[in-house]
Ligand binder design. Structure first.
Ligand code: SAM
Length: 331
């Protein structure tokens, strides 16, 4: 219903003559693409800006249209097989990038044996790629503790927990909302993981420092529109600065809790520049002991991740959500 109302609101803002002029415009305008691809105009503008940054210059109508239309193409559920198990299971086909990622051939994920018995969880391959990237950055041993600052509902925490268990490292998963913290507990399913319901911006872990930190920040979710299509009409441009203030605070606290030599992954499921590159740039002004790593190096075999050092995935290029990853090391 929100989706329909949103479309009607944007159509009703112009007369039919104005729409004709817009739709015939070449190159296509944000307004014409908004109408032909069913997106609010501000979202088209944000995707255009992010895609231009990705390509290092102006993009063609076709490139932008491909990116927008990918939001209208529902994705089949993707599974993450836990503990590094390969996605070799009846009813599951290999995904594109990771051996432990698999696509459900048909039906509901709950019908797959590996999901029923807890060997696999539903998780987009982009989310799996950013966790694997964070885990694969070399950190001088020994490592003793990792932190997930925004853990709910817990997909990434589950993968971190499996690796932490294998490496003999402790994991603290923090989530603001109690019901989402419960989901983390259920999905992770590993007793030794410490799950804390708290506001991560208040540094509830006190003076502890961590070897690896994940900040999977609350964001507009503009990178996951193929899975939550209605979100484009629920979100407002005014959400971006509000979320931005929280994203900056979370990243700042995360960097201050990183031990020297430790690494932090700043992740959003949004390609919006104001939630990605801008946030990292602004926060790094206050952290002259932090260097930015080339995140693309930690997604081996995945092409077309942008000019770096950030890594940007796209549904139309990679078949994943438009996840963004920055990897930061405290020197
Ligand atoms: C993008 S989601 C994280 C997704 C999660 N990492 C996963 O893979 O399932 C962001 C999460 O941060 C939580 N959150 C928002 N503000 C927070 C805060 N101040 N402290 C801790 N968690 C927060 C939200 O409730 C939400 O569950």
């Amino acid at each position: 219903m929100g989706f329909v109302n949103g479309v009607l609101r944007s159509v009703g803002r112009k007369t039919s003559e104005q729409w004709h002029t817009e739709l015939e415009a070449s190159p296509a305008t944000d307004a014409s693409l908004a109408l032909t691809t069913s997106h609010p105009e501000w979202v088209v503008a944000a995707i255009r800006e992010a895609l231009e940054a990705h390509e290092g210059g102006a993009v063609t109508d076709e490139q932008l249209r491909d990116a927008l239309l990918a939001d209208n193409t529902p994705s089949r559920p993707c599974l993450a097989f836990r503990r590094g198990e390969a996605a070799d299971e009846p009813g599951v086909s290999p995904a594109r990038w990771l051996p432990s990622a698999g696509i459900v051939d048909s039906g509901m994920p709950g019908e797959i044996g590996a999901v029923r018995d807890g060997r696999a969880i539903v998780q987009d391959e982009g989310s799996q790629l950013v966790v694997q990237a964070l885990l694969s950055v070399p950190v001088t041993p020994p490592e003793s503790s990792w932190l997930d600052m925004c853990a709910g509902p817990g997909g990434k925490a589950a993968l971190l927990a499996d690796a932490a268990l294998a490496d003999g490292v402790s994991l603290l998963a923090v989530e603001l909302h109690p019901h989402r913290a419960d989901l983390v507990r259920r999905i992770v399913g590993i007793e030794s993981v410490d799950i804390l319901t708290a506001d991560a911006t208040t540094r509830p872990w006190g003076s502890r420092f961590f070897d690896r930190i994940l900040v999977d920040a609350p964001c507009t979710g503009l990178g996951a529109l193929r899975r939550r299509p209605e979100a484009r009409w629920r979100r407002e441009p005014t959400d971006v600065p509000i979320l931005g203030a929280l994203q900056r605070r979370l990243l700042d606290v995360g960097l201050s809790s990183l031990r020297a030599g430790g690494v932090l992954g700043y992740v959003t499921c949004s390609p919006h520049i104001a939630e990605t590159v801008d946030i990292v740039d602004e926060v790094l002004v206050h952290h002259d002991d932090v260097e930015i790593l080339d995140a693309r190096e930690y997604m081996p075999g995945v092409p077309d991740l942008g000019p770096g050092p950030h890594a940007q995935l796209w549904p139309h290029l990679h078949g994943t959500d438009a996840m963004h990853l920055a990897l930061l090391r405290r020197t």
